[in-house]
Design a protein around this ligand. Structure first.
Ligand SMILES: CC(C)(COP(=O)(O)OP(=O)(O)OC[C@H]1O[C@@H](n2cnc3c(N)ncnc32)[C@H](O)[C@@H]1OP(=O)(O)O)[C@@H](O)C(=O)NCCC(=O)NCCS
Length: 155
């Protein structure tokens, strides 16, 4: 498996991966936005056996603060280290660019969804810390958990 920058030709495969995970990505409007954003956001893909196996895109909010905008791994390949490899590659690029803080927003623990419980376990295993649960921006039925990871000190 290798990680490389996303190329335009990868986007269809990324869309297939996203659409095959409706428990996490079940809102059509959001899915269209995530896929559309791949045209412009810095993004990586994981390649396994010649195919796109997962992808991640980043948003840069400030010179020292970035966000994982979307991350998804092909369902049949979960728990093989692909998500970790994507995040670690992104973190290396961010550190080299002087980014000190990385955040991700995911569904918070006051929603009992089992899929997102696993997602939170994943981020926790990678060193992210839960910072705050808030009803912004997804509303009271979908509490958003902000998780953060310190990548380094600001140069
Ligand atoms: C979350 C996701 C990206 C993780 O990718 P992955 O390739 O399956 O995860 P990895 O194999 O790299 O896991 C790394 C570590 O995270 C933890 N982890 C991952 N999945 C876990 C699970 N289901 N339960 C508990 N811990 C888990 C483990 O510590 C794991 O290390 P280990 O396997 O050596 O114990 C992937 O499962 C996915 O696409 N999920 C659906 C979409 C999603 O949740 N995206 C993020 C939205 S914010």
């Amino acid at each position: 498996m290798k990680i490389r920058r996303l190329e335009p030709a990868d986007i269809r495969a990324c869309e297939r991966i996203l659409r095959a995970l409706p428990e996490w990505f079940g809102i059509e409007e959001s899915n269209r936005a995530y896929i559309g954003d791949l045209d412009t956001l810095p993004s990586y893909v994981a390649i396994a056996d010649g195919d796109v196996a997962g992808f991640l895109s980043l948003k840069h909010h400030f010179p020292a603060a970035s966000e994982i905008h979307v991350l998804a791994v092909e369902r049949s390949l979960h728990r093989l280290g692909i998500g970790r490899a994507l995040v670690e590659r992104a973190e290396a690029g961010l550190r080299a660019a002087g980014v000190a803080l990385l955040q991700v927003k995911t569904l918070g623990p006051s929603n009992p969804d089992e899929g997102y419980r696993k997602t939170r376990e994943f981020y926790k295993a990678l060193g992210f810390v839960a910072l705050e649960e808030t009803t912004v921006p997804w509303g009271p039925d979908n509490p958003s958990l902000i998780m953060v990871k310190v990548l380094g000190s600001r140069p």
